[in-house]
Design a protein around this ligand. Structure first.
Ligand SMILES: [Zn+2]
Length: 317
């Protein structure tokens, strides 16, 4: 499933492919993709004649900005855009076609059919579903450590579901939450409101580092990522913890574990991400205190990992 870095990569690619083009007509082959307006004919007719000015992003949503309209598009599991020539044969699972005045076409394909499109007047999109209640944008300047603390530090849920909640911080999905928590050395089941100051700082930096590196990697591989027809897929990047259950941890060598947190498959290192030990909050009552030395060792292991990860702002432990 695309997360913020993948959607950002799609946004950048799409910008190069369609900005400046004018829509001649639109054809919807699968009505359920179009969530707004209800009337599919109206969707098709309203888009005709509009020129594409820019492609933006809010969380995992693309915002195709036109003169007088904004199309909000979510790729969900398998949605893809591709630029084709008008004469190219129509591939399976093509659900929406934007014909441009220059003879090219932007086609939306979606094998799983979970993707959505909403059409708005400019600016209107931020006060309606699906963008209305979205939280902090982690690659924005407004995503300061202070703002992050405010959004997260009072939540009583476990930290992993708190980070997945798009009303607090947008764009983080299952993969990058696991990666960020691993880098920060924080167990995914720790209650968000029990994280210490230093942990919140590490987590904030880990989120930024993880997303920035993934976006850069996506950006640098953009040529191989777009095929001859300008079709975009998901970028496969190097993951340190996600999907590595049973393999040795890259920090300490201990086997990576997989569990379920808030209904989501969750990967963590039991050594580098020690569980929470304060009995008062963990209702199960079966938590034994961890020897201090181990926590310290974990912190050191993590510290060296962060150093390796670099980032320039080396304010750690
Ligand atoms: Zn480890």
């Amino acid at each position: 499933m695309p997360e913020l870095p993948e959607v950002e990569t799609v946004r950048r690619t799409l910008t190069g492919l369609i900005v400046g083009k004018t829509i001649q007509s639109v054809r919807v082959l699968l009505p359920r993709i179009i969530q707004r307006p209800d009337d599919i004919r109206r969707f098709e007719l309203e888009l005709a004649g509009h020129r594409i000015l820019d492609v933006g992003r809010r969380g995992k949503f693309l915002r195709i900005i036109m003169d007088g309209l904004v199309l909000v598009s979510h790729l969900r599991m398998e949605g893809r855009y591709g630029l084709y020539d008008g004469g190219d044969p129509l591939e399976k699972h093509t659900h929406v076609i934007f014909h441009f005045t220059d003879g090219t076409e932007l086609r939306y394909k979606d094998v799983r059919q979970f993707g959505t499109m909403h059409l708005f007047l400019p600016g209107e999109e931020f006060s309606h579903k699906p963008l209305a209640k979205l939280g902090l944008e982690p690659l924005d300047e407004a995503f300061t450590e202070e703002a992050f603390r405010k959004a997260i530090s009072r939540r009583t849920t476990k930290i992993k579901p708190a980070l997945l909640n798009q009303e607090y911080v947008v764009g983080l999905g299952n993969i990058y939450v696991d990666e960020a928590l691993f880098r920060a050395g924080i167990h995914p089941e720790r209650p968000a409101n029990r994280l210490g100051d230093a942990e919140l700082t590490r987590l904030y930096e880990a989120i930024l580092d993880t997303l920035t590196e993934a976006v850069e990697a996506g950006g640098s591989s953009i040529k191989s990522y777009v095929n001859g027809q300008g079709e975009m897929g998901m970028f496969q990047h190097s993951l340190r913890i996600y999907g590595r259950q049973g393999e040795p941890c890259v920090n300490c060598g201990q086997a990576v574990e997989k569990t379920v947190v808030g209904g989501r498959g969750t990967h963590f290192c039991p050594h580098c991400q020690p569980p929470y030990t304060e009995e008062s909050v963990v209702g199960k009552g079966s938590v034994q205190a961890k020897p201090k030395g181990r926590t310290k060792a974990a912190a050191q292991a993590k510290g060296s990992a962060s150093a390796r990860a670099h980032t320039g702002n080396g304010v750690r432990g």
